[in-house]
Design a binder for this molecule. Structure first.
Ligand SMILES: Nc1nc2c(c(=O)[nH]1)N[C@H]1C(S)=C(S)[C@@H](COP(=O)(O)OP(=O)(O)OC[C@H]3O[C@@H](n4cnc5c(=O)[nH]c(N)nc54)[C@H](O)[C@@H]3O)O[C@H]1N2
Ligand SMILES: Nc1nc2c(c(=O)[nH]1)N[C@H]1C(S)=C(S)[C@@H](COP(=O)(O)OP(=O)(O)OC[C@H]3O[C@@H](n4cnc5c(=O)[nH]c(N)nc54)[C@H](O)[C@@H]3O)O[C@H]1N2
Ligand code: SF4
Ligand SMILES: [Mo]
Length: 733
């Protein structure tokens, strides 16, 4: 008998409500549909979320623990896997110390309460600082600047989209991506509503994106130069017009330092580098300053450039000195169902710490080292180097620039363990594969997004079905691993759970402490709603709206409660703007590479999904005039190359591209992937071309630079082989 259950999607920030048809007897999942009665998403969802059922049932999933035997993998039992991994880690730690163990946590980590709770706890319980996270390839600049400005990495004022009169969106394509570091479903409708109210939406992007085609005014910008645009806006507002800085000085230190940084950056000066006319910049600055509630927002298109930290500092600074933070229609700082900031203060989350890498002297951002430093931390001569690496919910060999260097470094490891729902390009190098549950198999709460909600709402989902085969909850995997690897008692929560459970196991009955128990405690402490109440409301409950005036002077988690704008490392980086100004502007005869996201694709992993048809793979999108100059026509096969490597792709021509820029979606090119379906798809991995390593990061935060590299694009002669299309390649598994 089938029942319809309600849950929410945990693939991207939107967290759309879904309904799931479940046969209670067989535990088979049938249709997954949008939840029309969900108070936020109201029936909105995308094809990725609808594929959750097919992904759950997919026979190509990783269903059992596996061990490398020769060049293949052999199924083993959980006990054997834990025992063997534990023995190896104990030996390495005894011989080489705690730093010999490392953990990389990928993007899906942040969509699983139990994973965030337990994965960082696991590595901490082993007393190793070697945690690496995918946020150093998407948002490290933001996390770093927020830690320095506001005292905690989780403070990111979110645009009050439902009241704003001016919204400028830089380097984001909400229609496809649903944005990052801000949580709301169906962003397009909210942006359209701004215009319907008579407000203004500005989309700054080198491509006339799907978003720019549907809403607002598109401003085409030369890649990597948003920082100059922001400088000029600050120049106009603070130097030309002379805004009253007294209100800003009452809430922030370093206002003068911020303002001084823009003294030389007139609109006339930045026009050539940005490709935006001085008059346009001045008009934008005035419209932003004069709007009755305005918000500047930036995302990965800017984060992934060379000036992510300076840009976010300027963006926050502009929002602050114009009085737009903590005000209606500007940007607000959500609280969540419990006080995350107070909790973070107690347990030491999201602040600065002393940890450094062995080589390169990288500091941590939000508790993690940059992924760009990972190959060097494995492959070096220091006896304390990383020798055992756990990779959880990630595919760095494919998703980070120059993954080949990481794969090469893996040769130096004594142990590589992947915890994933599929096999991927990274786990192809592993010694052990541990199968995790998918989102329909686990209970959840959107912990990472509580402070990023445009409309505060809280939801909890129970597991829809039992875990299939031998897939295991991530909290249990990390908990068992901590014990097996000999973690010493009484670290933070991640270690507490396994310790308490070991004590409980000695008592009669089936007592066990789970992440849900901790969640229940947190909810009770928060005082807004209990977990029991949430369990009765499967589509969640609305929380009080984000409150203007609730942040400054009340909740700013710095030592003296004031914002800090004089950030020494950011200010020390400013001379790079002068040094790079000449190089970055538009120039004929070269093409710079940017990224592009696809509705049917999610970084590197949706390509295993049997539900989504992706017959075309990725492409190189170029402007018709650039194509003509290179004798390229639509559909030609082209080579896109850098000094590091080149790949072959189909050319697509469109005047939505800015001239001199080529866009290539990432995550594709799985010809060597262990899952046949992904391997059968055409396309190429653009991260082979994008230069990686410690020299290719934004120096302040260690954020990987992935946008704006110069590439060669040339046509491949017709007689040369073309990549297979789905129709000519083997299907499925
Ligand atoms: N060139 C270029 N490269 C980029 C980007 C770009 O714009 N351009 N974008 C970057 C960005 S923003 C990101 S976030 C990174 C992402 O890079 P990563 O975080 O390393 O990961 P993904 O490639 O998304 O792979 C995620 C893995 O998690 C697995 N998985 C999915 N759900 C679960 C789960 O519930 N539990 C477990 N244990 N595993 C699960 C999937 O099977 C997959 O193997 O890629 C970056 N790479
Ligand atoms: N369908 C789908 N949705 C996703 C993902 C996915 O892979 N597929 N990934 C998820 C993840 S992990 C993340 S982090 C978020 C990211 O969400 P977004 O940050 O919105 O990412 P994108 O959609 O890649 O949009 C980045 C935009 O920046 C533009 N851009 C490139 N260079 C520059 C520049 O120098 N300046 C400016 N102003 N713009 C520039 C690109 O043209 C592109 O339109 O998306 C999430 N949602
Ligand atoms: S937009 Fe798609 S992937 Fe993102 S949460 Fe909604 S259904 Fe899931
Ligand atoms: Mo991301």
């Amino acid at each position: 008998m089938s029942t319809i259950k309600r849950t929410y999607c945990r693939i991207c920030e939107a967290h759309c409500g879904l309904t799931v048809e479940v046969d209670e007897l067989t535990q088979r999942v049938g249709a997954v549909r949008p939840d029309r009665d969900h108070p936020l998403s109201k029936g909105y969802c995308c094809v990725k979320g609808l594929g959750a059922g097919a992904m759950h049932e997919d026979e190509a999933r990783l269903n059992y623990p596996m061990k490398r035997v020769g060049s293949g993998f052999e199924r083993i039992g959980w006990d054997q896997a834990l025992q063997e991994i534990g023995a190896k880690v104990r030996k390495l730690r005894a011989e080489f110390g705690p730093r010999s163990v490392g953990l990389y946590t990928g993007n899906p980590t942040y969509f699983s309460f139990q994973n965030i709770l337990m994965s960082a706890g696991f590595i901490e319980a082993l007393h190793s600082p070697n945690l690496f996270a995918s946020h150093s390839v998407d948002n490290n600049n933001k996390l770093h600047v927020s830690t320095a400005m506001y005292g905690r990495s989780m403070v990111h004022p979110v645009p009050d989209l439902d009241h704003t009169r001016f919204f400028m969106c830089m380097g984001s394509n909400p229609v496809v991506s649903q944005m990052s570091m801000v949580q709301l479903p169906n962003a397009l409708e909210r942006l359209k509503a701004i215009e319907a109210r008579g407000g203004r939406v500005v989309i700054v992007d080198p491509r006339r994106t799907e978003t720019a085609q549907r809403v607002g005014q598109h401003i085409s910008i030369q890649p990597q130069t948003d920082v100059y645009l922001l400088m000029a806006m600050l120049h106009v507002i603070a130097h030309e017009d002379g805004i009253d800085l007294a209100p800003a000085k009452a809430i922030a230190h370093g206002v003068d330092e911020l303002v001084a940084s823009a003294s030389a950056w007139t609109p006339e000066r930045v026009a050539p580098v940005t490709g935006i006319a001085a008059s346009t910049i001045r008009e934008l600055a005035h419209a932003y300053r004069d709007a009755d509630g305005a918000a500047l927002y930036m995302s990965t298109g800017v984060n992934m450039g060379p000036f992510g930290s300076i840009a976010y500092w300027l963006l926050q600074g502009l929002n602050l000195i114009t009085g737009n933070i903590d005000r209606r229609g500007g940007l607000l700082v959500p609280r969540g169902p419990f006080d995350t900031l107070r909790l973070a203060g107690w347990i030491g989350l999201g602040g600065f710490n002393e940890h450094r890498t062995l080589r390169g002297d990288w500091h941590q951002v939000a508790g993690c080292f940059p992924v760009a430093a990972l190959p060097g931390e494995i492959d070096n001569d220091d006896p304390r180097r990383i020798r055992a690496l756990f990779v959880s919910a990630g595919n760095p060999v494919h998703s980070m620039p120059n993954g080949a260097a990481l794969a090469k470094a893996f040769e130096k490891l004594s142990l590589l363990v992947s915890i994933d729902i599929y096999r991927n390009e990274t786990s192809a190098y592993a010694d052990y594969l541990l199968p995790a549950t998918d989102m329909l198999e686990r209970s959840d709460y959107p912990a990472s997004h509580a402070m990023l909600q445009v409309t505060p709402h809280v939801q909890y989902t129970p597991a829809m079905v039992e875990p299939k085969y031998e897939r295991r909850y991530e909290w249990r995997i990390f908990s068992d691993l901590a014990v097996a690897c000999g973690a010493k008692p009484w670290g933070k929560i991640g270690n507490l759970l396994p310790r308490i459970n070991r004590l409980l196991a000695r008592l009669p009955g089936d007592l066990e402490l789970t992440p849900d128990h901790l969640l229940a405690l947190l909810m009770r402490w928060g005082g807004e709603v209990t977990l029991e109440e949430l369990k009765r409301e499967p589509a969640g409950l609305m929380l009080p709206p984000n409150e203007p005036g609730s942040f400054f002077g009340k909740r700013v988690p710095t030592k003296d409660g004031k914002v800090q704008l004089a950030l020494p490392d950011v200010i020390a980086d400013l001379p790079r703007l002068d040094a790079e100004e000449e190089r970055l502007g538009p120039r004929s005869g070269r093409l710079v590479l940017i990224g592009q996201r696809d509705r049917r694709s999610h970084n590197s992993w949706m390509h295993n999904s049997p539900h989504i048809r992706q017959p075309e793979g990725n492409h190189a999108l170029i402007h018709p005039d650039d194509a003509r100059a290179l004798s390229i026509t639509d559909g030609d096969e082209v080579e896109v190359g850098s000094d590091q490597a080149s790949v072959r792709l189909r050319a697509r021509l469109s005047d939505e591209m800015r001239r001199g820029v080529v866009a290539v979606p990432h995550g594709w090119g799985h010809q060597n992937a262990p899952v046949k379906r992904a391997a059968s798809l055409p396309g190429a991995n653009i991260n082979d071309v994008i230069p990686g390593g410690p020299s290719q990061v934004e120096p302040v935060s260690g954020m990987a630079i992935m946008m704006g590299h110069e590439v060669r694009v040339s046509r491949i002669e017709a007689h040369q082989a073309v990549a297979p299309t789905l129709d000519s390649a083997p299907r499925g598994n």
